[in-house]
Design a protein around this ligand. Sequence first.
Ligand code: FAD
Length: 449
Amino acid sequence: MEVTIVGAGLVGCLLACFLARRSHRVTLYERRQDPRERGADRGRSINLAISERGIDALRRVGLDREVLKDAIPMPGRMMHALDGGLTFQPYSADHRQAINSIGRAELNMKLLDAATALPGVEVRFGHRLTGLDERTGRLTFETETGPGEARARVVIGADGAFSAVRARLQALPGVSFSQSYLDYGYKELTIPARGGAFALERGALHIWPRGASMMIALPNPDGSFTCTLFWPHRAFAELGDPARVREHFAEHYPDASALMPDLAADFAANPVGHLVTMRCDPWHVTTDAAVVGLVGDAAHAIVPFYGQGANCGFEDCVELDRCLDETGDDFAGALALFERRRADTDVIARLALANFVEMRDKVGSRMFLAGKRLEHALERALPGRYASRYELVSFSTTPYAEVERRVARQRGWAAGGLLLGAAGLAGLAGLGMMARGRRPGGLDKTDNP
Ligand code: FAD
């Protein structure tokens, strides 16, 4: 079958690998020029955390080793308090578990290499989709040399959060769409290597939780860290001149600001990105001429606070591959089945929003850290029976909706266990008192207060 994928980003390229392995011929249309020749775009987060769902998808097409060889494992979070105090919190009771910091551009280039090495895959760079007619399967493009055109029976939009393919679906009756922006934006800064070495602990995702806002930093193979500020939009606007920027950082991120020689220049030069959750339902339409579907951010863009957007998009490829197995490579049938994945993507969209509050506000508190230690103790005490939500989301491929069902069940029996424990203790105390001739719950005559 001939398949057209719009967008040769992370998910489009991986999907091309999956489809080529099923002997489909794939043409990817990408608005950018080939990043392997022209270098990557700036402004979009430079590195990202890949965890088990993403790795599992890469493993299925034999790419996990190649991708992970340049990754930096981050087995936990390092919290930076205002006074410079550091607290390391492992992500898992099993300290070998880690999420992996990977350069976005390098990952995209490796996926492009992998896809184009497969027979039947072609990428047309410099093609920005400008129009799509599902009734005829006609696609129109803007290219450096003028308008272009193509026809396709199967079109898959992997063109990101602001998808042009989805824009066409949204215009159709019966397609619901919503987008919800956070009042927060993000901006990237850099902590350069110091004398060729990492200026902070390399094996951690660093967080500066500051209540209403936060900064995080992920390590890069060259010894630098990419920092991302997540601030209310008005906070970015308020910091106009370089002196104010330096002053603000010295006050709120003193240990980091000492490591950022280019802080004020980077702050002025780097754009503020938006944080958005997008929902679209359904993700596909079928006509006599074509079937059009969506995957990755085009179908379900989420905020980045669980580090799951790309992982989830990679998992889409696994699920669509499974749907093709089930339908004998009938794309209309497979894209209809793929709609079942919404139950999972709705859950991770919600968890990602909730995790923002946890990261910016709670991770620094003693109560939160004690809760995490208790969770890890339970995981060690009840292996295979108790697993934290973070563990299930980041270090397993349990479907996101099942993660939530399991967490609810665990809470149920943990609460039941506590009640039983309390009842048991009360019972034992009662027996003890009776054995000593006392009434439970009160002083008897022989008690001397
Ligand atoms: P994109 O990566 O957006 O790729 C879309 C492609 O389509 C691009 O190449 C684009 O040029 C192309 N395109 C767009 N429009 C057109 C058009 N009209 N015609 C042709 N081509 C087009 N995820 C994680 O898993 N872990 C993280 O740690 C993480 N951190 C993040 C941090 C930030 C600040 C942000 C914003 C996101 C983060 N994400 C993370 C999410 C992750 O970046 C996305 O989920 C992922 O990039 C989605 O991949 P995609 O291929 O669907 O879309």
